[in-house]
Design a protein around this ligand. Sequence first.
Ligand SMILES: Cc1cc2nc3c(=O)[nH]c(=O)nc-3n(C[C@H](O)[C@H](O)[C@H](O)COP(=O)(O)OP(=O)(O)OC[C@H]3O[C@@H](n4cnc5c(N)ncnc54)[C@H](O)[C@@H]3O)c2cc1C
Length: 396
Amino acid sequence: MNSDFLIIGGGIIGLAIARSLQVRHPGASITLIEKESDVARHASGRNSGVLHAGFYYSADSLKAKFCRDGNQAMHEYCKEHGLKLNPCQKLVVAKNAQDIDGLLELKRRGDVNGVPVEMIDEKQAIAIEPNVRTYQQALLSPTTATVDPLEICQHLRGQLVASGVRMLMNHPYRARIANNKILAGDTIFEAGRIINCAGLYASNIAQDFGFAQDFTILPFKGIYLKYTGSDKPLRTLLYSVPDMRKPFLGTQFAIGVDGSIRIGPSTIPAFWRENYSGLSNFKVHEMLEILRWQITLFARNSFSFRTFALEEMRKYSKRYLVAHAFEMAKNLDASKFNEWSRPGIRAQLLNTKTLSLVQDFVVEGDDKTVHVLNAVSPAFTSSLPFADWVTQQWLR
Ligand SMILES: Cc1cc2nc3c(=O)[nH]c(=O)nc-3n(C[C@H](O)[C@H](O)[C@H](O)COP(=O)(O)OP(=O)(O)OC[C@H]3O[C@@H](n4cnc5c(N)ncnc54)[C@H](O)[C@@H]3O)c2cc1C
């Protein structure tokens, strides 16, 4: 089967790149193949649905630029197409005096990145969110909002199909035959350009083409504990100050587009790539490969992995997770946080030479193939401008 562009992976990144290619290359034939029976079965349909504002990231990063612009682009996309959006805002709260320094650093980054953020005192924070708990000050992000990520992906899929993109579900990439030819399912596909947006499997596919030589993707599981009460005791996203040396945002109260409340997601090291629960999608060779890296990181304690992993594993305990989150909120009934909801798994890139987690988005490629390697959070927020950049820089 031939096409000008062949995209592997029907998550938000593959969908957004297909959309961008249509604009930049009108008339070109575009095929998207997905191994599952529908789009957004993995991270893109299992995330917190937060449109991040862009104040966490250092100014020289792709994340800073694409998150800020993506927040706005996704707001516009939802408004234009009548998709759900909850303008709930975010408060980053402090536990102690040391956290105030963290808030000030986030404020500084927000200012440099051109993102509206405001330092407010405890009284102002309580006026916004009566049940917030913070030490003296908090950081308000008025442009942070939540969406329904599945609704957005399904909408994109519908629009792409209607405008002529060939979408083939149940077509897993199996092997590279040549630089512009692959086997997916039982079909051979040939394309002018192949774009790998395979999320958790992106580094494996890139390696078949000679890329991602210094990298592998490690899976980190995000579990959520759901509030089952019929009231809505929180309306605003509450986040703690993160460890800015790591690409994760720490504990949060996630407010859904429908006002639902969840604690999470955690960042628990997973043992295989789609290790959602029990033995789902278990692959022994994958577990051995991932365990090898996890044991190495644990033994060398790279980026304090030992403490980090042990702390995260404790979040499998409902009681621990609730106690941890309740440092940010008050007057909530702990017994009503009693149901796990669908977990998601982050496709976090590890640099295997330096044994460090890669912070920014990474793209590698040549004149035949392009590989999106580290589309971790806030990649959902960033997806529309990020896809335009990939198209302009790599797929002229
Ligand atoms: C728990 C969690 C919470 C998050 N919260 C947020 C948030 O609030 N805001 C935000 O901006 N970002 C968030 N993110 C990050 C965001 O969800 C991801 O960065 C984004 O969805 C990545 O999109 P993707 O298309 O690269 O990957 P995916 O959504 O994983 O898509 C990759 C696709 O490739 C397919 N695929 C894999 N292998 C093959 C193959 N061999 N052949 C064919 N297809 C294949 C998969 O089935 C999948 O559909 C979160 C992530 C997680 C895990």
